[in-house]
Design a protein around this ligand. Structure first.
Ligand code: CP
Length: 321
């Protein structure tokens, strides 16, 4: 896709036309209409460089790369010179010289890709940076919701849980309104007050209210490892009271008289934000999100590799880039 950003950091890096094109391409991949990769070279080399653990994102990028006919490897951070102090830019330039075309990076540092944008060492996709953004998760969620719920215009999505510390929430809050979705938040103030204030969103502080006021529920994991206040005991108490007030099960949906789809980016804290029993019902769409992630990530990989950016990797001064 021409003009697709060579460093894809945020959903705000794309305009609506580009997002529409990704959705269409992901849909084509889902229907197996297009088997052609039409890459800029026959077999592009794609790697993940994850400084935080992952199951879904890392393996979905691997599956997507391989479905597209690319060569994929996972950069082993622990055994690399990165762990001896080589910085990210030099690491990426080295990978570029070794033939890597695209790197998907996850880090606990917010906005760390910003400094690479002036001269991209290679094409980069943000696989989640700190509490900032997780753009490919939000795009795959949008795609999954469209596939399951149909046209989203006028729908109300309530993001429930620890939105204050969620990079997924930050991306979804920017993305979903482009498709006519009204986004609200639910959760105790420790989880949702700052995010509601930052984005000017309706915040349901009483769990009994939000179910009646939304069409789609999007649950988040309580991410206490990202909280900068409170000790272990305080965190444990927060989890217990969160589960008591907001923990979701089929009975709660029944009592509210509602039957929303329940989305969750994973991993779930089973028994905290929702029950194992609810995850085994047709209301739970978490596995659909995982399945659809492959098609959206295929669309993103193909689009970034075809962006025609001649500026990528210039620093290496290689005879060909
Ligand atoms: N949703 C998500 O990012 O999951 P992983 O941490 O397993 O990649």
């Amino acid at each position: 896709m021409l003009n697709f950003p060579s460093i894809f950091e945020s959903v705000s890096d794309l305009d609506k036309g580009q997002i529409d094109a990704l959705l269409l391409l992901a849909h084509k991949f889902k229907n197996r209409v297009s088997h052609t990769t039409d890459f800029t070279k026959a077999k592009p080399t794609i790697c993940t460089l994850f400084l935080e653990n992952s199951t879904r994102t890392k393996h979905s990028f691997q599956m997507a790369s391989e479905h597209l006919g690319g060569y994929f490897f996972d950069f082993d951070v622990k055994s690399s010179s990165f762990s001896k102090g080589e910085n990210l830019e030099e690491t990426l330039l080295t990978l570029k010289c070794q033939g890597v075309d695209l790197c998907i990076i996850r880090s606990n540092e917010n906005n760390h890709l910003e400094r690479l944008k002036a001269a991209p060492p290679l094409r980069i996709i943000n696989g989640g940076d700190g509490t900032n953004e997780h753009p490919t998760q939000a795009l795959l969620d949008l795609f999954t919701m469209q596939e399951i719920e149909g046209d989203l215009n006028g729908k109300r999505v309530c993001i429930v849980g620890d939105s204050n510390h969620s990079r997924v929430a930050n991306s979804l809050i920017k993305l979903l309104p482009l498709y006519g979705v009204e986004v609200s938040l639910a959760g105790p103030k420790e989880f949702a007050d700052q995010c509601a204030k930052k984005h000017g969103l309706k915040h349901f502080e009483k769990s009994s209210e939000y179910l009646k006021e939304c069409d789609i529920v999007y649950l988040l994991r309580a991410q206490l490892e990202r909280h900068t206040t409170g000790d272990k005991a305080a965190h444990q108490n927060l989890l217990i009271s969160y589960n008591k007030d907001y923990g979701l099960n089929s009975q709660a949906l029944k009592e509210a008289g509602t039957n929303q789809s329940i989305y969750h980016p994973g991993p779930c804290n089973i028994g905290i934000e929702l029950t194992h029993e609810l995850m085994r019902t047709s209301s739970y769409k978490g596995y659909e999100q995982v399945k659809h992630s492959i098609f959206m990530r295929m669309a993103i990989i193909q689009s970034i590799l075809q962006n025609g950016d001649k500026n990528v990797g210039k620093f290496t001064n290689l005879s060909t880039n």
